[in-house]
Design a protein around this ligand. Structure first.
Ligand code: 5RP
Length: 236
């Protein structure tokens, strides 16, 4: 018997269902990572089975790739695709300018590369992800394992210059172990509280040697679909 969805999952599913209406036959898609994106991948699978939709998908994580294959999506690499028509992904926070924090699932590096190689990016989210100012959600920063403590000290220095020197920096864990990303790196989470200038922060972080990518997505997303637990959705 199918399990009843929680209220949060109903909202995620509503956004996901609406997002796949933007998908047209023959499209090359970027497939996001996370629980909301997983609803979208399953909704795409349903369209493939019911309508014979033909799409190719570039997953943004190992987990999404596995799910996409199970759903009958033709999975290719970004290099094989070259350029993508559309990426659909979740987010941890979005603000009124549609700037995002991503990486709660540890996949923001591949997600940012894929979104940047797409003609458009649609984000799917529940209403709890909408904020006036980014930063309550800890900002993920993917770092090389080599010299990680030096990179952390340089991140601290960069934050101090931007008047955020008091922020806590915590290593991302998976149980008792450090989380290792699909690219073999570690993640540091920056507990900033508020991010006054995402562009300045992103630039400063990405200048630190050892930082691979931060979770701020600026000028990448053009549409957010907010799902509600009653099954409705709105476009922001
Ligand atoms: C993964 C992400 C996810 O899109 C983000 O964490 C949202 O996840 P969820 O849909 O499970 O709330 O950025 O790196």
């Amino acid at each position: 018997m199918a399990q009843e969805l929680s209220a949060a999952d109903k909202a995620k599913a509503a956004a996901a269902e609406r997002s796949v209406e933007f998908v047209e036959d023959g499209m090359r898609l970027g497939l996001g990572t996370g629980s909301t994106a997983a609803f979208m991948v399953r909704a795409l699978g349903r369209r493939i089975r019911e309508e014979g939709l033909r799409i190719t998908g570039v997953p943004t994580s190992y987990a999404t790739g596995q799910l996409a294959r199970e759903q009958g999506i033709d999975v290719i690499t970004l290099d094989e695709a070259g350029w993508l028509d559309l990426t659909i992904d979740g987010a941890d926070e979005f603000d009124p300018r549609l700037t995002l924090i991503k990486g709660g699932g540890g996949a923001h590096l591949q997600e940012k590369i894929v979104a940047s190689a797409s003609s458009r990016m649609i984000v799917i989210a529940d209403a709890g992800k909408r904020v006036e100012e980014l930063g309550a959600f800890p900002l993920p920063v993917e770092v090389l394992k080599f010299g990680e403590r030096a990179s952390e000290a340089l991140i601290r220095r960069a934050l101090t210059v931007l008047d955020m020197g008091d922020a806590e920096i915590t290593p991302r864990m998976r149980g008792a172990e450090r989380l290792v990303t699909d690219e073999g790196n570690h993640i540091l989470d920056l507990h900033l509280g508020r991010i006054g200038n995402p562009r300045a922060l992103s630039a400063a972080l990405n200048q630190v040697p050892g930082v691979v990518e931060n979770g701020l997505f600026i000028d990448l997303c053009d549409t957010v679909i907010v799902g509600h637990e009653d099954g409705n959705s709105e476009i922001v």
